[in-house]
Design a protein around this ligand. Structure first.
Ligand code: SAH
Length: 471
């Protein structure tokens, strides 16, 4: 028999009916279920499933053989497993939680949206949490989130107290939270507690951290420590995560927005100012210099630029346009708490840019920020006609990736595009050929500006064109 090592977590609610927990977790209380996960097998079962109290248990059987086969991650050897086993268990539990309760963690429950959005009384018990930092750290991490924390160090062997304390903590959390929130707290903080240093961290982890930390991490007093440990002390990554969190603190929607439309790979590891921010700043500067007051943000996505535009009183009328209803919902939520007198300057419209929309005519300026590359190339002439031919704003600002720069992104495999939805990425020459031809056909003058560091060899990461109407 293989020597497997089990880690247990239980969640209890007294919400009525308590068996709603089964709906929330998408796991039926009446049957035990098992799932293969990266580290071994995960089992979900319900020790209690009554109307007044329900407990779900997640038992993770960590299988060292699977670990060595490399399903968990490349940098993990059996030797490390044996030596560091207690420290890595927290990370594995987090990974198991996110794969077994993925939908629950996202907080979407189509059949019972109300239930998923409701904070319910929860007790979470993890009898053996590996913790570097002891009970104090556990309190520091969970208490600011509204959890009541009971953390006891577990003796190495209760029969032989003289052996001293183990690196494990018996952790009980009590609080009232949405279940999705509670799961996201655990997903981030368990690996932070175990602080395992030896597994792979890629730029993708930043996105995972920001997504799971949505709504709570930006204001957490220990956000720096959390980011450092979560990102395995990779300094460039930690800086990036913190700068994105700082950007996010006025709006919880930033991460959602990142998930929605930010490129998969674009941040240069040692640049403290994210490229997305530099891009928005450049666009705003061009619009201000053009003296524009009534502005269209075409393909506005989750509204990151709209938020910058609305901060500038000189933009008296701002219209965000997107074909995606989901993007517009995210954008709308961003302004829920904006005072009405400010919000009145903003309109959101669902419209496809490849069709003529008469209501877009007569504006001072339009922005197409990171939009054209999301259209199939044969559809571009339709967009050109509706924007430059029919809407005909005085100024049009277009940004798009410069594919030549892709070699400078350390995590982007050769030949891959920056975002899975990009239909093309152009060289500087290709972009200029397109923009020159548009300007000529529709009577605009065009000039070009770099966004981000202008590399002597491959140019800037983002290319920007400013079109001005000639007549
Ligand atoms: N401008 C935003 C979003 C860029 S992602 C930013 O830079 O952050 C591209 C956006 O273009 C997506 O939100 C997508 O829904 C939108 N889009 C793609 N094709 C479109 C079309 N034909 N009409 C309108 N919007 C479109």
């Amino acid at each position: 028999m293989r020597d497997t090592h089990a880690v247990l977590l239980t969640m209890t609610t007294t919400h009525r009916p308590a068996t709603d927990l089964g709906f929330l977790l998408h796991k039926h209380p009446e049957k035990a279920q098992s799932f293969p996960v990266a580290a071994g097998m995960a089992h979900v079962f319900y020790p209690t499933a009554r109307e007044d109290e329900c407990t779900a248990a997640l038992l993770l059987d960590i299988d060292p053989i699977e670990l060595v086969r490399g399903r968990y991650d490349r940098a993990f050897t059996l030797n490390q497993y044996v030596n560091d086993r207690p420290y890595a268990a927290g990370s594995m539990m987090a990974v198991a939680l996110s794969s077994v309760f993925k939908t629950a963690m996202n907080g979407v429950l189509k059949s019972r949206p109300q239930l998923a959005g409701t904070a319910i009384p929860l007790k979470i018990h993890i009898p053996a949490v590996p913790s570097r930092g002891g009970p104090d750290l556990v309190v520091k991490l969970f208490e600011p989130l509204g959890w009541q924390v009971e953390a006891k160090t577990v003796p190495l062997d209760p029969q032989f107290p003289q052996w001293g304390q183990s690196p494990y903590i018996d952790l009980r959390l009590t609080g009232t939270h949405r279940l999705s929130e509670a799961l996201r707290h655990l997903y981030v903080l368990l690996p932070v507690l175990d602080n395992a240093k030896h597994y792979w961290v890629t730029e993708e982890e930043i996105t995972k951290l920001l997504r799971a930390g949505e709504g709570w991490l930006a204001d957490h007093p220990s956000r720096e420590l959390i980011s450092q440990r979560y990102l395995k002390h990779r300094r460039g990554y930690v800086r990036l995560a913190l700068s994105r969190l700082a950007e996010a603190d006025e709006s919880d929607e930033e991460e959602l927005d990142n998930a929605l439309d930010a490129p998969v790979v674009e941040e240069e590891p040692d640049r403290p100012v994210p490229l997305s921010l530099q891009r928005r700043e450049s666009v705003v500067a061009v619009l201000k210099a053009a003296g524009a007051h009534r502005v269209l943000d075409l393909g506005c996505g989750g509204g990151a630029l709209l938020r910058d535009l609305i901060k500038e009183p000189s933009f008296t009328e701002i219209v965000g346009v997107d074909v995606s209803a989901r993007a517009l919902e995210v954008a709308a939520r961003r302004f829920e708490r904006t005072p009405e007198r400010v919000r009145n300057r903003l309109t959101l419209r669902q419209s496809a840019l490849t069709y003529v929309d008469k209501s877009l005519a007569g504006y001072d300026a339009a922005v197409l920020m990171e939009v054209i590359e999301h259209l199939d190339e044969p559809r571009l002439p339709a967009l050109e006609r509706s924007v430059f031919g029919e809407a005909r704003p005085g100024t049009v600002v277009v940004t798009t990736p410069n594919v030549e720069y892709n070699v400078r992104f350390p995590t982007l495999p050769v030949g891959k595009m920056r975002h899975s939805d990009h239909r093309f990425e152009w060289t500087r020459a290709q972009f200029r050929a397109w923009a020159d031809s548009v300007a000529e056909r529709y009577d605009y003058r065009v000039r070009y500006l770099p966004v981000g560091q202008d590399d002597p060899e491959v140019g800037p990461p983002t290319q920007l064109a400013v079109f001005e109407v000639s007549r």
